[in-house]
Ligand binder design. Structure first.
Ligand SMILES: *[C@@H]1O[C@H](CO)[C@@H](O)[C@H](O)[C@H]1NC(C)=O
Ligand SMILES: *[C@@H]1O[C@H](CO)[C@@H](O)[C@H](O)[C@H]1NC(C)=O
Length: 351
């Protein structure tokens, strides 16, 4: 009897798709995009001191109100906001570009929703949707697969060991894998205003999947764990001014499997009109991906008592929220976005 129950228990665990040998859950079944996109998907580690975890897109909409460039609530905006009506905001404030999804709460009070959901030990962050996997067909059997990660809050770090700077509501970061005929060639890691590209072959792996280390607070993505110097984008303050910290399982970094918290899409801009489609027709909402505005509060003015300008106003404690996946050069030519920086394809693993 006991023995029989055990077999049943094991069978139900398998049916529910619980842990495989590597500690990861079984991959979701997704029609409409190549299986190799799932097979080579990133395995992420969040820093052991992370407080702002991957966040549910709908929960973010539930806790924000669209405002315009003058911090005024947008009259006539859809309410409640949802993943199927967010695109309607493009009817306001310069085609949506000056719409800011603004926190309903004073963020200095650290409301719970800003913190997202910490992954369980099997790498799944509750039942939230915090990732858009977006596949772009480049022709000739080549594709780019973007893994766009969402967090409701970005904690910017400490400048010169003194000033806490660069916080913002809403944070979009990404990895992109460039495949040639089903073979992963290069991976892009977004970091602040830019990022790094590495050959897939040199990356750390968990089986076939490469490892992505996510920096504490800023959620910048790195190919190796440890500390990383980063300067403030557009500012050349030199080394050691602002640091990103990442760590892996040995240091207590938290496993996160983005496939467990994702929606899956295809993207095409071949007609010059960006078009997102659900990988399986009708399965995943697409309207929200067309939203052209910002996913967080506009930068608070100096007169706002929460605000603090730093180093004579070159940066601030709170900066503005970012645009969404549509603004991440999904139809890029190079592995890197075209932003004036050289696109270095690294064949040696380095911080
Ligand atoms: C990680 O971020 C939290 C705030 O989000 C901060 O309190 C902590 O000091 C950070 N740790 C490191 C190593 O930067
Ligand atoms: C789509 O293509 C047009 C025309 O080439 C370009 O201006 C636009 O930036 C592209 N949009 C996206 C989201 O890739």
């Amino acid at each position: 009897m006991l023995f029989g129950n055990r077999i049943l228990w094991h069978a139900s665990l398998l049916a529910a798709g619980v842990s495989l040998a590597s500690g990861l859950l079984e991959k979701p079944k997704v029609d409409g995009i190549p299986q190799y996109v799932l097979d080579y998907a990133p395995v992420c580690y969040l820093h052991h001191q992370e407080l702002y975890f991957p966040s549910d897109l709908q929960a973010h909409l539930d806790n924000t109100t669209p405002q315009d460039d003058n911090f005024k609530k947008i009259d006539g905006a859809p309410s409640p906001l949802s993943l199927t009506n967010l695109n309607k905001l493009n009817d306001f404030a310069e085609g949506g570009k000056k719409v800011y999804l603004t926190s309903n709460d004073d963020i200095t009070k650290d409301p719970a929703w800003l913190k997202g959901a910490a992954p369980d030990c099997d790498g799944k962050a509750s039942d939230i949707i915090a990732v858009a996997v977006i596949v772009v067909d480049k022709g000739d059997d080549n594709i780019d697969a973007f893994f766009q990660y969402f967090y409701s809050y970005n904690w910017g770090g400490v400048v010169l060991k003194a000033f806490q700077a660069g916080n913002h509501v809403g944070d979009w970061e990404q990895n992109m894998i460039r495949f040639e005929k089903g073979v992963p060639k290069y991976v892009w890691f977004s970091q602040h205003g830019n990022g790094q590209a590495f050959a897939y072959d040199v990356l750390e792996k968990d089986g076939q999947r490469f490892v992505n280390y996510i920096a504490n607070g800023s959620h910048a993505n790195y190919a190796v764990s440890g500390s990383h110097d980063h300067t403030i984008p557009e500012l050349n303050l030199g080394k050691g001014i602002l640091m990103d910290y990442t760590d892996g399982p040995k240091e207590g970094g938290k496993l996160w499997d983005p496939l467990q918290n994702a929606y899956f899409y295809k993207f095409s801009n071949s007609t010059g009109k960006p078009t997102f489609t659900s990988s399986e027709p009708g399965k995943y909402p697409t309207e929200w991906l067309d939203f052209l505005g910002k996913w967080g509060d506009k930068q608070y003015p100096k007169s706002d008592k929460r605000q603090q300008e730093i180093l004579g106003g070159i940066t601030a404690k709170f900066v503005g929220g970012p645009t969404g996946p549509i603004d991440k050069q999904l139809d890029r030519k190079e592995v890197c976005p075209d932003n004036g920086n050289p696109c270095i394809l690294r064949h040696i693993l380095s911080p």
